[in-house]
Design a binder for this molecule. Structure first.
Ligand code: FES
Length: 107
């Protein structure tokens, strides 16, 4: 989820801290072009995991793409450090994000 335009960990965020904040969950990104590119890349790279971690991965991935257009693999992995999934090695997720970054740099 996003709180006031920045990724936030919904699992540790107290509801009271959200009073008056602009909240956007994964459903709020439906018309977002960057998120559309990431959804496509996650699908192509078999990076889609479960319904708990995938929305967070996608929101963080979008933040990486927009905030760090020159990010390399090490930086992408560092930025993903706050998104925990014990079920995957993150390889497909990292490939998907790097692919979107590369495609945007090529335009
Ligand atoms: Fe979602 Fe591991 S697949 S937490």
């Amino acid at each position: 989820m996003e709180v006031d335009g920045a990724p936030a960990r919904s699992c540790i965020l107290h509801a009271g801290a959200c009073a008056g904040a602009a909240i956007r969950t994964i459903e709020g990104f439906e018309a977002d072009a960057v998120m559309a590119a990431l959804r496509e890349a996650f699908s192509a790279e078999h990076a889609l995991q479960c319904g708990y971690c995938t929305p967070g991965m996608l929101v963080t991935a979008r933040d990486i793409v927009l905030r760090l257009p020159e990010a390399d693999e090490a930086r992408v992995r560092e930025e993903l450090a706050g998104n925990l999934c014990r079920c995957t090695g993150y390889r497909g997720i990292v490939r998907a994000i790097l692919g979107v970054l590369e495609a945007r740099r090529a335009t």
